[in-house]
Design a protein around this ligand. Structure first.
Ligand code: ATP
Ligand code: LTN
Length: 335
């Protein structure tokens, strides 16, 4: 039997999960999880590149695990773990920092965006963040990394670091590919449809959270920014608000963009907003209900992340030991 290919992906517990995180990433994580050997992590070490309240970080990390499971990722056949529980991530990231170039890190759009937004906290971790992400991926010899469009550049950098390292030491790392959906990879803010919907967005009303109530969701879609025309057509450059609504509806209902355009031909923006709101409510309803139920069961969640950490460490330590050996570190004495 052919061995299953490996997937790794992660989301930072830096805020509440959004419709964007779901349609861009989590939905595909769940879809791919039956076919691949999957490692899905909550990257708490990435989250501290912006300042976090310790109590909230702890709560969000656990809530995020509940939401991964509620999105349809089976915690038994997949490995769900918390990044800081597997020290190999920190260890390999240091090594990879020495193979990532200052110039290439300086070109990362996320670093530039986040530095512009947090002028008072442009810390070194924010700058070297992609080396930690590369470690996350390369430790598991991942074939595929399912992410939204904003992470394309980081996966590309991971590939470049891996190719550089392999070029010196031989075939140490598998070279991973990104998996970015054709639609849903860049869900936009409902109030500012030229900005990505983001869990750390400041403007109210533009972002739908996985745990939002049906009422909140319907209201947010009713207020969604569109344009002064009337036609319901998909044209991202000229009609970003309407196109975003069409795309959300298309991904939630599994209808093609042209089927959605045909369905709404001749109708007004009001009915589009209502239908999209309803479709999102129905998509998120089972996830919200299951997540809220799981969040009450702390003992269960703890059993999942403990098991996940030991499974993840087994694979991660193999790669780390190989890397340490290749670069010339003397094996550590067993204590
Ligand atoms: P932050 O605002 O803290 O940077 P974020 O909301 O951008 O967070 P991430 O944790 O960075 O979300 O992303 C989680 C995953 O979801 C990533 O794979 C990312 O590409 C994807 N993703 C995030 N936002 C969107 C979006 N608006 N549309 C599609 N995919 C998204
Ligand atoms: N950088 C990503 C989160 C992330 C990730 C990863 C995604 C950290 N490590 C490994 C895929 C694989 C983000 O900001 N969304």
């Amino acid at each position: 039997m052919e061995e299953k290919k490996t997937i790794l992906s992660g989301i930072q517990p830096s805020g509440e999960l959004t419709l964007g995180s779901y349609l861009g990433a989590l939905k595909n994580w769940a879809l791919l999880s039956n076919e691949f050997d999957c490692f899905y992590t909550i990257v708490d070490m990435h989250a501290i590149t912006s300042r976090q309240d310790p109590k909230e970080l702890r709560e969000r990390t656990l809530a995020q695990l509940a939401q991964y499971i509620a999105c349809g990722i089976d915690p038994i056949s997949n490995t769900l773990f918390i990044q800081s529980h597997v020290p190999a991530h920190a260890q390999l990231s240091w090594v990879l920092n020495c193979y990532a170039m200052f110039g290439e890190l300086s070109r990362m759009t996320q670093f530039k965006d986040k530095s512009a937004k947090n002028e008072d906290n442009i810390n070194a971790g924010l700058f070297t963040y992609p080396a930690l992400m590369a470690a996350d991926i390369l430790l598991y010899q991942a074939d595929l990394v399912p992410v939204g469009d904003d992470q394309r550049q980081h996966v590309e950098l991971t590939r470049n670091i891996a190719i550089r390292f392999n070029g010196i030491y031989g075939d140490v790392f598998k070279i991973p590919e990104h998996y970015i959906p054709k639609f849903g990879a860049r869900i936009m803010d409902l109030q500012n449809p030229t900005d990505k919907m983001s869990k750390s967005a400041i403007a109210a009303g533009g972002c739908i959270l996985l745990l939002d109530t049906p009422d909140d969701i319907i209201k947010a879609f009713r207020r969604a920014v569109t344009d002064s025309e009337t036609q319901i057509v998909y044209d991202v450059a000229n009609k970003p608000g309407v196109s975003n609504l069409i795309e959300i509806y298309s991904v939630c209902t599994d209808k093609s963009i042209s089927d959605v355009e045909a369905q709404f031909a001749g109708l007004g923006y009001g009915s589009l907003k209502q239908e999209v709101g309803d479709a999102v409510v129905e998509t998120l309803r089972p996830i919200r209900e299951e997540a809220l139920r799981l969040m009450e069961d702390k003992a269960y969640l703890e059993s999942i992340y403990k098991e996940g950490a030991s499974k993840a460490a087994l694979t991660a330590n193999k790669t780390l030991n190989d890397v340490y050996d290749k670069i010339g570190f003397i094996p550590a004495p067993i204590s």
